[in-house]
Design a protein around this ligand. Sequence first.
Ligand code: GLV
Length: 316
Amino acid sequence: MNILLSGKFEAAEHHDWLRSLRAALPEAHWLDREQALAQVDSVQVAVVANPPAGSLGGLPRLRLIQSLWAGVDRLLADPTLPAGVPIARMVDPAMNAAMAQTALWATLSLHRGFFENAVAQRAALWLPQTQRRADTLQVLVLGLGQMGQAAATCIARQGYRVHGFSLHPRSAAAAPAGIECHSDMDALFALLPLCHIVINLLPLTAATRGLLDAHFFARLPKGAAIVNLARGAHVVDADLLAALDRGQLRHAVLDVFHTEPLPVDHAFWAHPRVTVLPHVAALTDPASASLVVAQNVRALMSGRPLAHLVRPADGY
Ligand code: GLV
């Protein structure tokens, strides 16, 4: 079985992926774009990590595009994407766990004032923070996909009051235990005045692009904090900076940006109330993700249902 592996990888990363994918699917031959083009009729599966636009064209027998990334916004934005070929997102338990850790770290640091302590240390300032009980803070997790659910559940376990927002209504049975779930934009905006910390894990779609804007920030209580672990384009940067500078927002933890790497002259870098991470909240783990790839490829080959399929009309 021939599989195209396409994406933006560093050399060492490419080597790690190939090793893990070969171990998980020893029956497959892994081709680069050039090799795939030399035998287009043999390629039924493409495994991709943000591939360059156009790299999935010209493969007439393609039956599955399996992303190594959880977010498929860039993939779906490729106008040359072959129509009608199923696309599967990466849903990797190791990645969900990493995302939950990052969300919990941000929540704890914001709640306990540890980011302020880090700034104070640079000025040799002894600055004890007031301490509130976790159950007096309300945390809103935007997006209740696999990562949102893992983050919300992990934070709720620490005693915070957690609300979740998903783009589609979920039945009571599908709601994560202990999380109050909302799905309507009006309900979301009605809830914002109660939320001290907002963690964004939404997919980037036409409905969510720019959601975190001046209007959104103004609904939050003064001194609330934002944690963006999803995509940079969810945030209107100028509105976020204005809300921070006015004191409407106390702090922002940002892992994702409109342009990555974040340009050196961007105001986020030096802002005392912004914590910048280099898109590392949850990296795909080659060993566990390769097992997910193998399961889906074997499902395709034996005619079983594919897992984690993207609904292109919804944009995720
Ligand atoms: C990372 O941002 C991903 O989508 O996997």
